[in-house]
Design a protein around this ligand. Sequence first.
Ligand SMILES: [Fe+2]
Length: 454
Amino acid sequence: MADPFTLGVASGEPLPDGVMLWTRLAADPLSADPSRPGGMAPRAVEVSWQLAEDENFTRGLRQGVTEAQPAWAHSVHVRVAGLKPGTDYYYRFRASGAQSPVGRTRTADDPASTRPVRFALANCQRYEHGFYTAYRHLADERPDVVFHVGDYIYESRQAPSVARPLGTLPGEANTLAEYRLRYARYKSDPDLRAAHAAAPWVPTWDDHEVADNYRGTGDGSAAFQRRRAAAYQAYFENQPIRVRPRGGGLQMFRRRTYGTVADFLVLDVRQHRGAGTMLGAAQEEWLISRLVTGRVRWRVLVQPLFFARRFVPGPAPNLRTDSWDGHQEQRARILAAGAPGLVVLSGDVHNAWAGELKADFLDPGSATVGVEFVASAISSRPPATDGPAVLAANPHLRFFDGHRGYLSGTAGPDELRVAFRAIDHVDRPGAPVTTVAEFRTVGEGLTSENATSK
Ligand SMILES: [Fe+2]
């Protein structure tokens, strides 16, 4: 049998005592036969796994056997518990006589720990727009944890001009088979597989995992419900997450806590969205209660959409309704919670930004109540954006950069540092990485250091 580990390995959802291990068997990943996703026969396959503290799999070895089921596209989600906090582990799988690549993962820190946590933030990786070189550099950093804030795939039909073609994939994805193929194509990029194998991921989604700019249950039709359920299932099958989809939904919002240093509050800005609410009532209540009760230095919102007000001069619309500027009342309630050490990590706009969150965005003299860092895209093309004009119109926004890239940060007991990593080109592999700016937050505000912006 051909190598079934073509989609690589991954880990995720780090807790102080455990992680999820993931793989998905696909001997022929781009097989177009919908009854054999990944070219796998419709029967269960036995998969064994190992995890240890060293790459030779000798120290603290744990192992087990599970079954990859055809109903879940032969994906494997292994929940390993009983591990040491703040510790590196290595893992691998075996199936059908083949051995997977080795992945490196890491548990979250002990609840009492004050150790700084090193995180990365990535998003927006439209395959045909470019190579995932940024992920190669991210993988080299071996962060403690990688957050992904959506547009992991694009469901759209192939873009008119491409850096690399999607190949034989159908047009816009609508069915489970078509979404599965999209993930298989995206994971054919070795740099994406390297980033998964380098660190545990905590992903959330934006719109393109399902459909452009969708909200909640879309138009409410049975056809959209079926489409969303198919997309959510394919998402689960291809991510190292703990929770399975149920009844057409998937519980996404959650927190991942690192010692007394950081509470990462991972949001879902799509599934529960409705009239006048980005998050839905239950998620908002959960978020605000965590913001005011967690005893940590930094409360970090991990979510796709630009959070600060961003007025774009020129013809209307000047505020983006799909973003938090379209949900100003809910944003105001979150800011009014008065969370100390509030940090927002976001993406979506395919350019890099940094700014301060204000008690009143229309009054530059009002209190600074937090900071926001917006990661550029891994590969997706940016819209035409006049960065300097937008900065001038929004005094709380401090930084713009138009490269593709990702963020690399450290949250410690005294300060939070965020570096903007950038690459020059994605139309061919091999771009080196540079740091275009680095920011340091000590109070509620932002300090720029080592800014080497173009
Ligand atoms: Fe995007």
